[in-house]
Design a protein around this ligand. Structure first.
Ligand code: ADP
Ligand code: MG
Length: 225
């Protein structure tokens, strides 16, 4: 029991650190990347130098991805807490992901029918939905398709369904979902689903995954009110 307590305490420290570190690291990353892009456009840069700058930009881009997938993993912050029904978050994330969806010829459809509210951290829920929408879009990037998101309620539960008709997963893939650093993508971080499970678990919710290779994937999330 004592070991469990220590573990929980350590997890708390990690969560707190990760949230603040992510926020703090983002700005210098963006600034550095901006200057390197300027350097890259300079008329006097050539040959090897240009290659080095491009490498540096690529690595910065990777760091930015890790930070992005991870951003709101920390403890709920009191200034972000709301008592709400997920509507704003589901719509906001749809808006910010639409350019990315268009790029991959994916249409995002959102249907919303939920009056139930719970207390949650806005940033965390946005980040969680963003990671789910993003994975759905990425699973369809070779052939395009539709990502449909449905938020509804049933009895005393809020249900969030996220469905894609992308590459799908095997049983083994599904069993690895949510393990930190598990990724099948060339430029993946494997932190997105870790963040998703973390957030939903903190809300007392459950995630059910249905998936078939070549057909697509549906996430059913149920959160008790
Ligand atoms: P990343 O997206 O950086 O690879 P994630 O933690 O977000 O990391 O996802 C982990 C892995 O889970 C992905 O690499 C992918 O193999 C699988 N995955 C997650 N969502 C889906 C989905 N909607 N369809 C197919 N595979 C998925
Ligand atoms: Mg992802």
């Amino acid at each position: 029991k004592r070991e469990k307590l220590i573990q929980a305490e350590q997890m708390n420290v990690i969560n707190n650190l990760s949230a603040s570190v992510s926020h703090e690291i983002r700005n210098p990353l963006t600034v550095t990347s901006g200057f390197l892009q300027l350097l890259n456009q300079s008329k006097t840069i050539s040959g090897d130098d240009k290659r080095y700058v491009e490498w540096a930009l690529k690595e910065l881009n990777r760091a930015e991805k890790i930070v992005s997938d991870f951003l709101a993993l920390g403890k709920p912050q009191s200034q972000n807490m709301v008592q709400s029904n997920f509507k704003e978050e589901a719509e906001y994330v749809k808006e910010i992901i639409t350019p990315y969806a268009n790029l991959h010829e994916v249409t995002v459809q959102l249907s919303f029918n939920n009056e139930l509210t719970i207390e949650y951290d806005k940033n965390q829920v946005q980040q969680c939905l963003l990671n789910l929408y993003k994975n759905g879009i990425e699973s369809m990037k070779d052939k395009g398709g539709t990502l449909s998101v449905d938020v509804s309620s049933q009895g005393h539960r809020i249900l969030i369904k996220i469905e894609d008709n992308g590459v799908g997963m095997t049983k083994e893939d599904i069993s690895r979902l949510g393990k930190p650093y598990y990724s099948t993508k060339v430029e993946g971080t494997g932190l997105g689903m870790f963040m998703v499970y973390n957030t939903i678990t903190k809300l007392g919710g459950k995630i059910d995954v249905q998936s078939e290779q070549g057909k697509g994937t549906t996430f059913h999330i149920a959160i008790p009110v």
